[in-house]
Design a protein around this ligand. Structure first.
Ligand code: G3P
Ligand code: CA
Length: 311
């Protein structure tokens, strides 16, 4: 198995994690600052050394900012599909982000909205099932849906992936994963089911390869107690006064990019957490945020960010 995340070097702190490399030759390093529970003592800058995971990865330059493809390269391919994740890889994102929710029969599927109708043809396939909530459908039903045609005809036939399917499809890419548990308050026990799925796919448990995040910080505290070695991200902008307490279980803060200022980023860093800004699609904002000191940028357009980090 090839892994882009071949070895870890903590550059600003003592090195505390070694990635079990499964490939031999290391190629060009990529900058991938990551929050890691096992390594957390202060803000870190960690460099993953690219293994020989293909020409695209080998050509990747060192960058001090992690590129995260938001729902995949979702400006160009249907969000939360395998096609979008693969395109993110081609566009040299370091990680892909996805949204996990749960079917009626407790299968973990990838979708942003709590309902199926914006990004699938559910209204045609199941016209009487309004409001088409994911949690009211079995996985066998959801498998019948087309999750690509709404975006563009050439993506017809893309399915709603399961988390398991995405982990398997993307494993050999060597990319990292920013896994959002979407609306955990709707799916009692989802934290345990996500943890079980990750445990079933240990190649994703290489230190720093997966970060689990949510808008629901209570759910993230719960997840941390189940899998304390997996870094936790908090989506939103916690108040400065809240940060010390949250840093007892969180490793990353994921605020919306507007209004994000260097002073806030420095405070998060001082508590040993990293900052990933979302959702940033224009070059000017990307440059501003890099100057402000963010560790990562979550974007629908990883190609735009790659051009900046190349230059
Ligand atoms: O990673 C942060 C971002 O994904 C949160 O926003 O609504 O696109 O899931 P949303
Ligand atoms: Ca998300």
């Amino acid at each position: 198995m090839l892994h882009r995340l071949g070895a870890i070097v903590a550059t600003s702190l003592t090195t505390v994690a070694t990635v079990p490399t499964t490939t031999a030759a290391a190629a060009t390093p990529v900058g991938l600052p990551m929050a890691m529970t096992t390594t957390k003592a202060a803000a870190q800058s960690i460099t993953f050394t690219t293994a020989s995971a293909g020409a695209a990865a080998a050509a990747r330059p060192r960058s001090s900012v992690t590129s995260v493809a938001h729902r995949g390269a979702s400006a160009y391919a249907p969000e939360n599909t395998i096609a979008a994740f693969r395109l993110a890889d081609k566009q040299r994102a370091d990680m892909f982000e996805l949204d996990v929710q749960e079917t009626k029969d407790h299968k973990l599927v990838l979708m942003h909205d709590p309902t199926l109708n914006r990004t699938t043809n559910v209204e045609q396939v199941f016209p009487t099932r309004s409001p088409w909530r994911i949690k009211d459908f079995t996985y066998a039903e959801i498998r019948r849906l087309d999750a690509g045609s709404w975006f563009a005809a050439k993506y017809r036939g893309q399915r709603v992936p399961t988390l398991r399917g995405a982990l398997r499809a993307m494993d050999s890419s060597g990319m990292g994963l920013l896994l959002e548990i979407k609306k955990p308050e709707l799916y009692r026990g989802i934290e345990g089911r996500v943890a079980d799925e990750l445990n079933r796919n240990p190649s994703w448990l290489i230190p720093g390869r997966v970060v689990v995040q949510s808008f629901n910080w209570g759910s993230m505290r719960k997840f941390h107690h189940k899998m304390s070695h997996v870094p936790i991200g908090l989506i939103g902008t916690p108040r400065i006064a809240q940060l010390p307490k949250l840093s007892s279980f969180a490793d990353q803060v994921t605020p919306p990019h507007r209004g994000l200022v260097p002073r806030y980023i420095r405070r998060v860093h001082s508590l040993g957490m990293t900052v990933l800004a979302w959702t940033v699609n224009d070059a000017a904002s990307m440059r501003r945020l890099i100057s402000a000191g963010v560790d990562g940028i979550i974007t629908n357009k990883p190609d735009v960010l790659a051009r900046i980090t190349d230059s």
